[in-house]
Design a protein around this ligand. Structure first.
Ligand code: ZN
Length: 427
């Protein structure tokens, strides 16, 4: 299993200057290879990395950056390139890779070597080759059997420095048994943050206060003279407000994803790329899309960590399709109820979608189970799944629980919607 652990770095002024210098040098290396990429055919991360030693002969600054860090810069460029190509293949309109200006490039990464976590007389320090020892706030321990694979040093727009340790632990957790009672399908929505097949509807987190504070800070910034000392001070305030917003949203999504990964054996959600966010106006679409992507990534790795089965399904038509009979009906965003003209099945719009997501998830899992079912164990496994699929598909009406609405605030405070432990009748 792989995890990321993030720690605040406390560099001295001299060290901080060195860190910033390293980031800036890496940025120039990135731009150098981007320039080559745009002019030279047939390059790859591997072939370009092999040019680094000869580059050092005339680019003296590079001698003060660890060689693995430089290799990672080249890797990062080619990773960005393949992400871009992937988006192109999925039908997105995309431009080309951008030249990185100062401020747009904020980190560098060591992999395999050139770093060490040291603990001398109760103080933890991160040693980095070519840079030295940096004190850090070690607010949580790493797992006992964890091995540090990568170290990323990053400066946030607030000016604060962080180290992100990528660690690996030897064993994957055992997969959970698949008890149909602990299956869940989740419709991640826009008006509601999530609606699942157990009838839990979690409202979106209200961040309007934080957003207002951010906007006020931005207005103040626009009144300062660009580049002045006051402007720089205010720019940091704006960055702090941004960070505050992000932290609150992440905290909420962490707790929500943790709830699903720990409470269930099998979790089905919609796949990210094709989600029908197009119905929304630009700004809120971007916001919802970003939060949704973060939630999905968190949910996936937490499921992996817990041994929970995670399936992402094709989202096409999950809202229009009737969960009971499968007939599709057009349904604009403002229609919040599903009422099937073919079979008469009625449900909340998002609950209906969640049921479709779950049954698609089970089908997808069944397909995967069949293709690899050589041992008797996986046979019985998929038989159980097939049975539960038919359970889900036909008597949906009787299986649908009463919807319960949960405020985002409760998720933040308690760490989960905690519906299972709640006395019935209480909201
Ligand atoms: Zn129907």
């Amino acid at each position: 299993m792989n995890y990321n652990y993030r720690y605040r770095l406390r560099p001295s002024d001299a060290l901080e200057e060195q860190l910033a210098w390293t980031v800036n040098t890496c940025r120039q290396v990135y731009n150098h290879f981007l320039h080559r990429l745009n002019r030279t055919d047939d390059t790859s991360a591997y072939s370009e990395q092999k040019l680094l030693p000869s580059l050092k002969k005339w680019w003296n600054d590079l001698k003060h950056v660890h060689s693995k860090v430089l290799q990672k810069v080249v890797q990062r460029l080619y990773d960005n390139l393949s992400t871009l190509r992937g988006r192109k293949d999925n039908g997105y309109r995309v431009g080309t890779l951008n030249w990185k200006a100062p401020g747009e490039y904020r980190s560098f990464t060591y992999s395999q070597s050139g770093f060490k976590l040291k603990n001398t007389s109760g103080r933890t320090r991160l040693w980095l080759s070519k840079l030295g020892e940096i004190p850090l706030t070690f607010h949580r321990d790493l797992p006992d059997d964890a091995e540090i694979k990568t170290v990323t040093v990053k400066q946030e727009p607030t000016g604060k420095w962080y180290a992100i340790l990528g660690v690996e632990t030897p064993d994957d957790p055992p997969e959970k048994p698949e008890n149909p009672e602990r299956y869940v399908g989740i419709d991640v929505g826009i008006l509601k943050c999530a609606h699942d097949t157990d009838g839990t509807a979690v409202e979106s987190l209200d961040l309007s206060d934080e957003r207002e504070r951010l906007e006020r800070a931005q207005r103040d910034l626009s009144r300062k003279q660009h580049g002045s000392e006051n402007w720089e001070k205010q720019r940091r305030v704006v960055a702090e407000r941004h960070a505050e917003l992000k932290t609150k949203r992440r905290d909420f999504l962490h707790k929500l994803s943790n709830y699903y990964a720990t409470e269930y054996d099998f979790v089905a959600v919609e796949d990210l790329d094709a989600k029908g966010l197009v119905e929304l106006p630009g700004n809120s679409r971007n916001r919802a899309g970003a939060a949704w992507g973060t939630f999905l990534r968190m949910l996936e790795y937490k499921c992996e960590r817990e041994g929970t089965h995670f399936v992402a399904v094709n989202p096409r038509g999950t809202t229009k399709e009737c969960a009971s009979c499968g007939v599709s009906t057009e349904k604009p965003l403002w229609v919040r109820e599903h009422s099937c003209p073919a079979c008469g099945f009625e449900a909340d719009r998002d609950a209906n979608a969640a049921w479709n997501i779950l049954s698609r998830g089970i089908k997808k899992r069944l397909g995967a189970g069949r293709s690899e079912s050589t041992s008797s164990e996986s046979h019985s496994d998929s038989d159980g799944l097939r049975k539960s699929l038919s359970d889900f598909r036909t008597p949906v009406e009787t299986a649908l629980p009463v919807d319960t609405s949960v405020s985002a605030k409760r998720v933040v405070e308690s760490g989960s919607p905690t519906l299972k432990r709640e006395p019935s009748g209480e909201r």
